[in-house]
Design a protein around this ligand. Structure first.
Ligand code: ADP
Ligand code: MG
Length: 757
């Protein structure tokens, strides 16, 4: 990947290295050192060990960065070590105890290590006493060593069992103060950090230069080292400060490359003109017949949008507003401005359930101006035909819908992803509204062509993130909720309290008896999910994208199981409990929703498929099981499913979290706050702490390994400014070859990502 942007120098490998490592063969094959398999340099055994880390070439190894450095003179704090982690720590041996097993029993060696803050035990077990004696002699009291292994908890105490270790030489120990910082790599127990370090030390001298996508002047302005220098400093820093600078430089590079992509898109769009749509009689009519007053926010944002639509510059606007704040109504008015002036407008919904719901709502809101199929056409001048276009349509219905859309007869279209199919023709398309935009990929949003675009989200994102994802965007925030909204109370239910839990189910029964509906949401575990994501644009945002699919499968069992258990509980006698999850067919989902809505089945156990936008005004109680598994934004979305009618709502968050943990703090924040903007910010703050050990430690190739979109707002801002200038002067990046190659690489990866969706 990097190979193609390398300068000639990269191929230069000193003769000495070549002959000793057998690199001549590599060269005659025409490879650069980057693509050289590690076998050729480190030998089969070491290279094999690297395979477990998905590292096979010199390039892979070079870009496998340490996630931490052990600071000079300071020991890596044992205190921060957590259960179940693969860790590498530097500690002093403060004692050892060897107990011989009886008869043929197992002997145990316990070595106590300390770093001045905390002590932990290191245990070795063996049948052979001599083996342990050997270890004991290797680990003399007072010596300092690096230990690497997996931590376990035994009787509440953390311990390391059978770690690999390496004694720092006595010379090193006394000179610890003067040592270079020690890089700590993401490693495995079998293949510890210092072996990676040694391997890097071998390959580093072979790489003499790496071409740099950052313009020299940019680097100068920000005092950033070259890419080659930064990579050296990441692996072999002389000081911790150097290491941090190198990381900062990489963050700048990531921001710069990304911003160039966005600037190039914005540049392309500059020359694009679209049809403008004036306000019209249809919109006036609609406004007059609305059963309520628009909120101030709806009015002023509506004016902004109206102005955008009248212009020939394509609108690109993100509307953020809490669940229930009335975004859909704003969207509807925008669509009517287009439709009433001869255009077509599409509302894209992330799920079929939502699409149907929007469809029904729009028909209802249109009132007298809804086109009625049963009446003659000429009596219905100015009436609007609303079309629902979803995957669940039967072949015949689909054909008819396609024809109506292609002829322009259907002007107001509510659709799911199905609308991206190639036989959809919308000749008069003037506006695309994307509901819950974070559910759609960047490219998907663009796929409908150049039109006015309105994106909507109930999960507000900070400006720095918005700038990282969108080329050119106006943001409208809808802060107030429509009047007369019922209050929602949120209460934490400790799952370890039987009394609480019993009372909770009792409350559910009461709610149902009073004509309410009850959601019970079961969490998904998505431990592996974020790691797999690979869209360069979706690092932070993906964290709160609820995805179905794999994880949905895992929890299918728990939804059905819980539904089953509840159905059997005496307290729910005579009540039909349903379950809802991503594996149901669209028809089944619709049936469950209908039964829930009508009250035939007033208790629904569900995965987060109901998270987005579902509107059942009778729903009054939301029970969220294992609430700590959800992000704050997600919890907030779930809570938004209740209190939608006039009756007050209750949200019960069930969890076993205990005071003093981040998880507990998150739940408490959620209990206390109903402001979606506050929660989103808090979510990001709490996440970015976790991030430091999360993504960056994972060591995966990604296009945003160093840039933190929450923290690095200033970096992004500056990169954006520069990138815009670069693109304005040199739109095709003819004079920025390295940068262009880097971008092409990312776009290829992005396509692969989209291909998978
Ligand atoms: P969002 O999409 O932001 O979650 P919706 O647009 O679905 O919110 O609005 C939620 C409910 O509030 C809908 O039933 C809608 O008809 C109603 N609503 C919207 N605007 C107002 C308003 N200004 N006054 C009263 N009710 C409103
Ligand atoms: Mg909505």
């Amino acid at each position: 990947m990097m190979g193609n942007v390398m300068s000639e120098e990269n191929k230069v490998v000193s003769n000495e290295e070549e002959s000793s490592r057998g690199l001549s063969a590599v060269r005659s094959d025409g490879y650069t050192v980057f693509t050289t398999p590690l076998e050729k340099i480190l030998g089969d055994k070491t290279a094999q060990a690297f395979h477990s880390l998905k590292i096979t070439t010199v390039e892979d190894l070079l870009f496998h960065f340490p996630f931490r450095v052990a600071e000079r003179g300071k020991l890596v704090p044992l205190e921060s070590v957590e259960e179940g982690e693969d860790v590498t720590v530097i500690a002093r041996i403060i004692g050892a105890n060897l107990r011989q097993g009886y008869g043929r029993g197992v002997s145990i060696l316990t070595v106590k290590i300390a770093d001045g803050v905390k002590n932990i035990d290191v245990n070795f077990f063996a049948k052979n006493y001599q083996t342990l004696l050997w270890h004991k002699n290797n680990l003399p009291r007072g010596a300092t060593a690096i230990f690497s292994g997996k931590t376990k908890s035994y009787r509440g105490q953390l311990q390391l069992t059978h770690p690999d270790y390496e004694l720092l030489s006595s010379a090193n120990v006394s000179e610890l103060e003067f040592m270079r910082p020690i890089p700590i790599y993401h490693a495995t127990t079998k293949f510890p950090s210092w072996r990676i370090q040694k391997a890097v030390d071998v390959i580093m001298p072979m790489v003499s230069d790496i071409s740099d996508p950052l313009p020299f002047a940019y680097r100068e302005e920000h005092h950033l080292p070259s890419k080659m220098e930064a990579i050296r400093r990441l692996h072999q820093p002389e000081t911790v400060e150097e290491w941090h600078q190198a990381r900062k430089r990489m963050a700048h590079e990531e921001a710069f490359v990304l911003q160039t992509i966005l600037a190039a898109r914005a540049h392309e769009k500059k020359n694009i003109h679209v049809q403008g749509y004036e306000t019209n009689e249809l919109l006036d009519f609609f406004d007059k017949q609305l059963p309520f007053e628009l909120t101030e926010g709806q009015k002023s944002i509506g004016e902004d949008i109206s102005r955008d639509l009248a212009s020939t510059v394509p609108m690109n606007r993100l509307l953020q507003g809490d669940v229930g704040s009335g975004k859909t109504l704003i969207a509807m008015r925008a669509m009517l401005q287009v439709v009433g002036s001869g255009g077509q407008a599409v509302l894209l919904a992330p799920t079929e359930v939502l699409a149907r719901q929007h469809y029904e709502k729009m028909k209802e809101l249109l009132g007298a101006r809804l086109y009625d199929n049963s009446r003659p056409r000429d009596e219905q001048k100015g009436a609007v035909k609303v079309e629902l276009f979803i995957g669940a349509l039967k072949e015949k219905e689909k054909k008819a819908a396609l024809a109506r859309m292609a002829s322009g007869e259907s002007a107001l279209i509510v659709a799911t992803h199905a609308v991206f199919s190639s036989n959809v023709i919308l000749p008069f398309l003037g506006l695309v509204v994307v509901d819950e935009q974070h559910r759609f990929g960047v490219e998907q949003r663009a796929a409908l062509g150049n039109t006015h675009t309105l994106m909507m989200s109930a999960t507000p994102i900070p400006r720095s993130i918005a700038m990282s994802y969108f080329a050119d965007i106006d943001i409208s925030n809808l802060h107030e909720l429509p009047k007369g909204r019922a209050p929602i109370e949120t209460i934490f239910v400790p799952s370890y309290s039987k009394t609480w839990v019993e009372r909770m189910w009792q409350r559910a029964r009461e709610e149902i008896d009073n004509g309410g509906r009850v959601y019970v949401v079961v969490s998904r575990i998505d431990e592996n999910q974020n790691e797999e994501q690979s869209s360069p644009f979706a690092h932070a945002i993906n964290e709160f994208i609820p995805l179905d699919g794999e994880s949905e499968k895992k929890h299918l069992a728990s939804v059905i199981q819980l539904a089953d258990e509840l159905q059997k509980m005496p307290i729910f006698a005579g009540i039909s409990v349903s379950s809802m999850h991503g594996k149901l067919s669209p028809q089944e989902k619709q049936k469950v929703m209908d039964d829930f809505s009508s009250g035939r089945s007033p208790l629904m156990v569900s995965t987060t498929v109901i998270e987005v936008g579902v509107d059942v005004p009778e729903a009054t109680l939301m029970i969220i099981m294992d609430a700590d598994r959800f992000g704050l934004a997600q919890l907030h979305q779930l809570r938004g499913r209740i209190g939608r009618g006039s009756r007050s709502g209750l949200c019960l968050v069930v969890s076993d979290v205990v005071d003093g943990t981040i998880a507990y703090e998150r739940i408490q924040t959620f209990v206390k706050t109903r402001d979606g903007f506050v929660l989103a910010q808090k979510d990001l703050e709490l996440r970015s702490e976790g991030n430091i050990l999360g993504h960056e430690q994972s060591g995966r190739r990604s296009n945003m390994r160093f840039l933190n979109v929450v923290r690095d707002g200033a970096v992004i801002e500056s990169a954006r400014e520069w990138a815009t200038r670069v693109v304005d002067q040199d739109p095709l990046l003819g004079n920025h070859e390295v940068l262009r190659a880097e971008i092409e690489k990312i776009e290829v990866e992005n396509q692969e990502f989209l291909g998978k969706v």
